[in-house]
Design a protein around this ligand. Structure first.
Ligand code: GRF
Length: 225
């Protein structure tokens, strides 16, 4: 049975686009995006959803109470936060516990939590002097970026990196990791042991192949017991 997915977004929607590209045209895909909810109007994510023929809604902060009703009306099974900058209302977290995924542009629990989003994350990573950052997909609970981690992928930090360059390198990996983690989760989170060490080559800033990211996600993406 195809999992009915709602995507929540607040920005340009490139992560949403990666999900659209993976789920909306493949009849064999284990899920389908039925609804895109934006926290504010006129954002790229809404344009991308409309172009893909996906039902959209705009819920500004004062209307967050509507979210549960909207999700119910569309028979949503799984919620994916793709660049969503608000806390999910506690009523929705309670109703969808273990079925809300978020992508964060760093290796949580480092560089996460309230106020840590967008360029602030990459600026903090560079200022800290760490040599590896990455992307994380995790389950969402009542607090920012604290739910169980489902999948991660490392991304090197180069000495001359600016926050913008690092953000672009991490975003390319997010575009692989998020669809792979959502797919593994939608298929029941099969924990497939990895057949070989996961190699990746960022020398030319080449993102890892989709196949290797899918293996990673299915090996680490387990639904709540
Ligand atoms: C991504 O870096 C995501 O990790 C963060 O916000 C950014 C959203 O980008 N939460 P987009 O709107 O998906 O292009």
């Amino acid at each position: 049975m195809s999992v009915r997915i709602a995507v929540l977004a607040s920005g340009g929607g490139s992560n949403l686009q990666a999900l659209i590209d993976r789920f909306q045209t493949d009849a064999e895909a284990p899920g389908r995006i039925e609804l895109v909810v934006a926290s504010r109007p006129a954002i790229g994510a809404l344009e991308r959803a409309e172009r893909a023929g996906i039902h959209t809604a705009v819920l500004p902060p004062e209307d967050q109470g509507e979210l549960a009703t909207l999700l119910d009306r569309h028979g949503i099974d799984l919620i994916v936060l793709a660049g969503y900058l608000r806390l999910v209302p506690e009523s929705v977290v309670a109703g969808f516990r273990g079925r809300i995924l978020n992508v964060h542009p760093a290796l949580l629990p480092a560089f996460g939590g309230p106020g840590m989003y967008g360029m602030r994350v990459h600026r903090a990573v560079i200022e800290s002097g760490v040599r590896v950052s990455g992307a994380t997909v995790h389950l969402v609970d009542e607090r920012y970026d604290e739910g169980p981690i489902l999948a991660q992928w490392p991304v090197p930090v180069f000495p001359d990196d600016t926050p913008e360059r690092l953000a672009a390198r991490v975003l390319r990996v997010e575009h692989l990791l998020l669809p792979a983690a959502v797919e593994a989760f939608a298929r029941g989170g099969a924990a497939v042991p990895l057949s070989e060490p996961l190699a990746f080559d960022f020398a030319q800033e080449v993102a890892p192949s989709a196949a290797s990211v899918a293996r990673l996600a299915s090996a680490t993406c387990k639904p709540e017991p």
